[in-house]
Design a protein around this ligand. Structure first.
Ligand SMILES: [Fe+2]
Ligand SMILES: [Fe+2]
Length: 384
């Protein structure tokens, strides 16, 4: 430990860090022994009493913490917009997630992946709406500006029966999906944080632009075409949610306010629960060639694929190298590097062509939010 430490009244070693950039000392504490002293009163370097682990989140957020939460609000608005489109055509229609009427042929094709797909799509949509609604309300409650992307809701809706005709933030009709997340979570020797690259489960999805929802009722047949659209959705679901699974732990490392950190640590794992569900379902996408687009979904269980990198029932995060190759492998979320994490996330989503048709101002607005969230002073908790 290169920072000051002292022992508190309960015998826990307390690390005192004064890294203040805003005049407020930040204390973090390292507990030894069984339990951290919840609510233990610590004396900071300036003699001010601070209550660790019992921060009620009073007062305004630091600029950096607000920037991190604002980028997350934007990411959740985007997630909610795409999930809403999936739900209108492929999910359950109810008062919780209103707007659509469902497209029975699309629902049937999704059900090939799992009989409960409509429920899962509905619930994932509901969760994302709750995420942006909560984060924006939380930002306001802590004196920060919420995020509103309504001016960019200009992209067209699907013309297929079941979708409402409103402006959208995202475009699900010309997606270029990178399915390397499939092998990234199955590798026991590689980690994207260490610069490693991963083969794609469905290479064709990254080599063109494909619909993940029916664009109109003419996409509802032949059967292998609408199945290919449902398969594309199935792999896109995993791609979206593994991004969120990494984003929260990546950004949490630079949050300084304990309650704001609690927000990230409590929402982030729900993204992992979504991802785990979709990881399982994508493996049920039937191998086929789309007769309209030529997109090939290979048999992931048969040679030349199969094995540890492709087999469809290997859905747990394989233990792999973490931090340094000299350490033992661990089952972990990957990547979690914090440097540049927000901008890398935005660039990865943009590369999916999810924003195809959006004006330059949309991209510059999102890049500004990401850059602010990635700023080195964003609630920096790093130890010197
Ligand atoms: Fe979310
Ligand atoms: Fe999500």
């Amino acid at each position: 430990m290169d920072h000051a430490s002292q022992t508190n009244t309960e015998g826990h070693v307390v690390a005192l860090e004064d890294e203040s950039t805003d005049g407020i000392s930040r204390l973090s504490f390292l507990a030894t022994g069984a339990a951290a002293g919840v609510g233990a009163t610590l004396l900071g370097p300036l003699g001010k009493a601070a209550t660790a682990l019992a921060d009620r989140g009073n007062g305004a957020l630091s600029k950096g913490d607000a920037a991190i939460l604002r980028f997350l609000a934007a990411a959740e608005l985007i997630e909610a917009d795409l999930w809403q489109q999936y739900n209108e055509l492929g999910g359950i229609q109810d008062a919780q997630v209103p707007g659509g009427k469902a497209s029975p042929p699309y629902v049937s094709a999704l059900e090939v992946l799992d009989g409960d797909m409509s429920q899962y799509i509905h619930d994932n949509t509901h969760d994302e709406v709750s995420h942006f609604t909560f984060i924006n309300a939380y930002l306001k409650s802590r004196g920060a500006e919420p995020v509103n992307l309504d001016r960019f809701r200009e992209l067209p809706s699907s013309k297929a029966t079941g979708a409402q005709q409103i402006g959208r933030l995202t475009n699900l009709t010309e997606l270029t999906v990178d399915t390397s997340w499939w092998t990234k979570y199955r590798s026991s020797t590689k980690n994207p944080d260490l610069g490693d690259k991963f083969p794609r489960a469905v290479p064709g999805m990254a080599a063109g632009r494909f619909p993940a929802i029916p664009r109109s009722d003419s996409d509802l047949e032949p059967a292998d075409h609408i199945q290919a659209i449902a398969n594309t959705a199935g792999f896109h679901f995993g791609a979206v949610e593994q991004t969120g699974t990494s984003l929260y732990p990546a950004l949490a490392q630079r949050v300084s306010d304990p309650e704001a950190l609690r927000v990230l640590l409590s929402i982030g794992p729900t993204e992992a629960m979504h991802f785990q569900t979709w990881h399982d379902k994508a493996g049920n996408a039937p191998p086929l060639t789309d007769p309209v687009t030529g997109l090939v979904f290979p048999d992931l269980n048969a040679p030349p694929l199969g094995g540890e990198e492709f087999k469809t029932n290997l859905i747990m995060p394989k233990p792999t190298v973490f931090l340094r190759r000299s350490l033992p492998v661990a089952s972990i979320v990957r990547p979690t590097n914090t440097q540049g994490a927000a901008l890398a996330t935005f660039n990865a989503i943009a590369a999916e062509e999810l924003f195809r048709g959006q004006p330059k101002e949309f991209f510059s607005t999102l890049r500004e939010l990401a850059t602010a969230a990635d700023a080195p002073n964003a609630g920096d908790r790093r130890r010197r």
